[in-house]
Design a protein around this ligand. Structure first.
Ligand SMILES: *[C@@H]1O[C@H](CO)[C@@H](O)[C@H](O)[C@H]1NC(C)=O
Ligand SMILES: *[C@@H]1O[C@H](CO)[C@@H](O)[C@H](O)[C@H]1NC(C)=O
Ligand SMILES: *[C@@H]1O[C@H](CO)[C@@H](O)[C@H](O)[C@H]1NC(C)=O
Ligand SMILES: *[C@@H]1O[C@H](CO)[C@@H](O)[C@H](O)[C@H]1NC(C)=O
Ligand SMILES: *[C@@H]1O[C@H](CO)[C@@H](O)[C@H](O)[C@H]1NC(C)=O
Ligand SMILES: *[C@@H]1O[C@H](CO)[C@@H](O)[C@H](O)[C@H]1NC(C)=O
Ligand SMILES: *[C@@H]1O[C@H](CO)[C@@H](O)[C@H](O)[C@H]1NC(C)=O
Ligand SMILES: *[C@@H]1O[C@H](CO)[C@@H](O)[C@H](O)[C@H]1NC(C)=O
Ligand SMILES: *[C@@H]1O[C@H](CO)[C@@H](O)[C@H](O)[C@H]1NC(C)=O
Ligand SMILES: *[C@@H]1O[C@H](CO)[C@@H](O)[C@H](O)[C@H]1NC(C)=O
Length: 511
């Protein structure tokens, strides 16, 4: 069934007199034409936990051709924070976490809670696009606490969405609940009826087929490659001999790093390695259904003659690691494997087989969508910058940013984990083998510089005020922290950049 939203569809857009509304509808009718003032359509496919650095695009063979050969690949795309809810909030608002104030995946940390709904949701990109006459469709994972009874339950339909099919809670493949325009839709565990990635594909095709008129925005947010890593039945035995890559920092003890990395056990136990190899394989298997999604969506756009008037974006909320610095499986770290993401774009004016090296951030997506829709994002409070001019070759490389901020607020539990009695309170994600992936004091802010130098400078808010510095030209795997050996004037310079970025807002973050 196509999600439609009674009373909040095409009619009744606030503040527009009927005759003007009809005129606008008339002017925006027609499809498949990029010329004149017609606005292009936008499709965003947003995966969960898909890394770039450890081969996360490996299973995406069709996507690499359909998006990469016919579009742009951004080799230096980053999430400004490596955790689902804060990162997705950054994508929605175009803001760094210190400006949207979503700190973690909990309600108390502003994940999809009442404060988010009141202060941030009205400023998310779909709201701007809807005002520009876009029909907006969302299907899949939104924010981790979406649908929680204390956050308005499934009745809460976030502002800006004409058609809403939001997943309640965190990623799942079976046995989940959706909000269909504010109404509960429960699912079991029959592959044909319920496998979430496929269901989202099917609903998106239905949306496109029954689409009344462009321009439209369609966001698909499948659960892959997040836990519990449940593959479709026909992909369960694919990659049966695949193992996590053993190069780079795999099973290397991070001896001069902050305390959380030092507590990891090196070498990892055989059972931890077996577990992470299983996870690596299962992640790739779940992504195969996303590869099918990309193909089916692009095929549908093509058969509806919408391909030439639609920008398609493919990215992930952040990266992931499997065994790097002997941390079994998770995200939440400042290193490249957790902050780099895939980013591919195709659409009107975008050349095929083109690789861009400019650093693009997840906070740049919203301003880019606004730009496509004819809204000048520089006149909003967004911290990100539209990269549409880069895509259509209207800007010099030298004009692009060189530094950006990566920030993270660590999660912990105030009680001890009974399975790991030796660990104190304040830590979390201590599985397997009681190696913790997070803690309250895993709270940090970094400046990442890419152009003049390829450096990273990070400060921790822990009791040691720990500092990590990497020269990624000399040390791409971040094996040696040069905080104690590097020229002290460089540290002063980086610290000043960090202070400035941590306080930036809007235009001040863009320069
Ligand atoms: C992109 O590169 C691939 C592989 O080299 C080639 O087969 C394809 O024709 C190219 N596509 C375009 C649109 O240039
Ligand atoms: C949550 O958001 C509200 C309103 O924006 C803000 O006042 C509050 O400090 C935020 N909470 C945290 C933990 O940052
Ligand atoms: C779905 O829920 C049912 C009923 O609780 C349970 O028996 C089944 O194992 C669950 N399936 C999955 C894949 O978790
Ligand atoms: C999706 O559609 C295909 C083709 O019609 C069908 O075989 C499949 O069962 C559907 N899956 C879901 C989860 O709706
Ligand atoms: C590890 O090796 C694979 C190919 O075997 C390569 O694609 C990847 O970039 C390497 N990763 C690191 C971290 O060096
Ligand atoms: C762990 O695996 C290694 C390499 O496969 C093997 O040599 C070693 O005996 C194993 N250790 C245990 C305790 O099973
Ligand atoms: C967008 O707004 C900025 C700031 O007001 C202005 O400098 C710029 O010229 C505008 N761009 C366009 C394309 O109108
Ligand atoms: C999330 O952030 C809030 C506000 O800072 C904090 O109270 C809560 O403990 C955090 N949740 C976790 C799991 O760390
Ligand atoms: C960080 O927090 C953990 C758990 O509370 C504690 O054991 C550790 O000593 C702290 N480390 C630093 C450097 O603050
Ligand atoms: C980083 O490493 C490169 C290559 O070894 C070197 O040329 C450069 O001077 C280093 N930069 C700093 C700031 O140490």
């Amino acid at each position: 069934m196509l999600p439609t939203r009674p009373g909040r569809g095409l009619v009744g857009r606030e503040g527009l007199p009927g005759a003007l509304l009809l005129l606008l509808l008339f002017l925006s009718a027609g499809r498949g034409d990029t010329g004149g003032a017609k606005k292009a359509n936008i499709v965003l496919i947003l995966t969960d936990d898909q890394d770039l650095v450890l081969g996360g695009m490996g299973p995406m063979k069709k996507t690499q051709v359909l998006m990469g050969h016919f579009g742009a690949t951004f080799a230096n795309a980053f999430a400004v924070t490596p955790l689902c809810c804060p990162s997705r909030s950054s994508i929605l608002t175009g803001l760094y976490p210190h400006n949207h104030l979503v700190r973690n995946n909990s309600l108390e940390g502003n994940c999809s809670n009442a404060a988010w709904q009141k202060f941030q949701e009205p400023l998310t990109y779909p709201v701007y696009l809807q005002k520009q006459g876009y029909q907006t469709f969302y299907a899949g994972k939104y924010l981790n606490q979406y649908g929680h009874p204390q956050a308005g339950g499934v009745q809460h339909v976030p502002m800006g969405w004409t058609y809403w099919l939001g997943l309640v809670g965190n990623s799942k493949y079976y046995n989940y609940t959706l909000s269909l325009n504010g109404h509960e839709e429960k699912h079991g565990d029959h592959y044909e009826a319920d496998y979430l990635t496929d269901l989202l594909t099917n609903r998106s095709l239905e949306f496109l087929r029954k689409l009344l008129r462009p321009p439209f925005l369609m966001v698909l947010a499948p659960p892959a490659a997040h836990s519990p890593w449940t593959a479709a039945p026909h992909y369960k035995s694919t990659y049966s001999t695949l193992k996590a890559p053993r190069n780079g920092s795999f099973n290397v003890h991070g001896k001069d790093k902050h305390w959380l990395i030092k507590q990891a056990k090196t070498p990892m136990s055989n059972s931890s390695i077996q577990f992470l190899d299983h996870v690596y394989r299962a992640r790739w298997q779940t992504l195969l259904s996303v590869d099918d999604m990309v193909q089916k969506v692009l095929d549908q756009l093509k058969s509806l003659k919408l391909l030439d008037s639609t920008y398609v974006f493919y990215t992930s909320d952040h990266g992931y690691h499997t065994g790097q610095f002997s941390l079994p499986v998770d995200k939440r770290q400042l290193y490249e494997f957790d902050i780099r993401v895939p980013l591919l774009v195709r659409g009107p004016g975008v050349k095929g087989n083109k690789t861009y090296l400019e650093p693009i951030l997840n906070i740049d997506l919203a301003p880019t969508f606004l730009d496509i829709a004819g809204v000048n994002a520089s006149q909003t409070n967004m911290d990100g910058v539209s990269f549409l001019p880069l895509l259509v070759n209207k800007v010099q490389k030298s004009a692009w940013r060189s530094d950006f901020l990566v920030q993270y607020t660590g999660e912990g539990y105030t009680t001890r984990d009974p399975k790991c009695p030796k660990l104190g309170p304040g830590v979390s994600q201590c599985f397997p083998d009681c190696v913790c992936e997070d803690a309250f004091n895993n709270t940090y802010a970094c400046v990442r510089t890419l152009s003049a130098a390829n450096m990273q400078y990070c400060e921790f808010a822990d009791k040691e005020n720990f500092v990590e510095v990497y020269n990624l030209t000399a040390d791409p795997h971040q094996l040696s922290n040069i905080a104690k050996s590097v020229d002290p004037s460089l540290l002063v310079q980086m610290n000043q950049k960090l202070i400035k970025l941590q306080a930036c807002s809007g235009a001040g973050c863009r320069s």
